[in-house]
Design a protein around this ligand. Structure first.
Ligand code: MF3
Ligand code: CO
Length: 248
């Protein structure tokens, strides 16, 4: 069941989202060759805890850290550790914050130092643009399938592919709520978008084929073909004036 939010509730999610945004900015500013992914996680967790909020991925179904860091052929749910980031790595940082009972969820992808390949830059740009093209469809009276289709079409028109196994989702009192928001679909299908809908929209885009497997750690999804992936996400709400980003 979809829980539509009141203006008061959306304000709360926005407070959560502000902390998440600022924490991710601190992480982004620290991404450079030579840094360990666990150090980025520490920066994130410290920022969130200092803001009297909770890094909500930590402990979620046993996930060990507040930040998910997925590098190169890792698509999602990479686990921070002793890995040292190198020039040209494609790094996605994905996290959720719980503040005052409300969740927010956001992801950015960045290239460490100078890009190694032009296609990596294109991959990151197309993934971010796919998000904005998707949320352009997130309007009262449209359907979730309109968002999904717009993302898929844009990504595929640019020669990349979308992941099928993971999707965006409703968000609020819980990290994952109805409705699912896939990154592929058909226009005019799926749940109707009404005022007060809050969703995380999160295109996960592969340079090559979207086929994935889960690593030994039982979390990290990687591309089967070994080519790179990128991920971009914001929590948004839909009002009568259109979509609003709550994690910016
Ligand atoms: N942003 C991810 C999602 O929407 C975060 C999951 S938290 C994890 O699913 F613990 F599962 F990594
Ligand atoms: Co999410």
């Amino acid at each position: 069941m979809i829980e539509f939010k009141t203006k008061e509730e959306i304000k709360r999610i926005k407070e959560s989202g502000k902390i998440l945004h600022d924490a991710l900015q601190a992480v982004k500013g620290s991404v450079k060759p030579g840094i360990k992914t666990i150090e980025l996680n520490e920066i994130f967790e410290r920022f969130v805890l200092d803001s009297k909020a909770i890094p909500a991925c930590k402990g979620y179904n046993g996930f060990p850290t507040g930040l998910c860091i997925s590098v190169n052929d890792e698509i999602v749910h990479g686990i921070p550790g002793e890995r040292i980031l190198e020039e040209g790595d494609v790094v996605s940082c994905d996290a959720c914050v719980l503040y005052n009972g409300w969740f927010s969820d956001s992801t950015f992808t960045i290239i460490v130092g100078h890009p190694k390949r032009d296609i990596d830059m294109k991959l990151v740009e197309i993934t971010e643009q796919a998000f904005y093209i998707g949320i352009e469809q997130a309007r009262v009276g449209k359907r979730i399938g309109d968002v999904s289709y717009a993302i898929q079409k844009f990504v595929e028109d640019n020669g990349f592919s979308v992941v099928r196994e993971y999707a965006g989702h409703g968000i609020g009192k819980k990290m994952h709520e109805d409705p699912p928001v896939p990154n592929f679909g058909r226009p005019g299908r799926g749940p109707l978008i009404r005022e007060g809908l809050c969703i995380a929209v999160e295109p996960m885009v592969c340079e090559g084929k979207p086929n994935l497997f889960i690593e030994e750690n039982r979390w990290t999804a990687k591309t089967v073909d070994g080519l790179n992936a990128a991920h971009f996400e914001h929590t948004i709400c839909i009002g009568n004036n259109g979509p609003e980003i709550l994690t910016a």
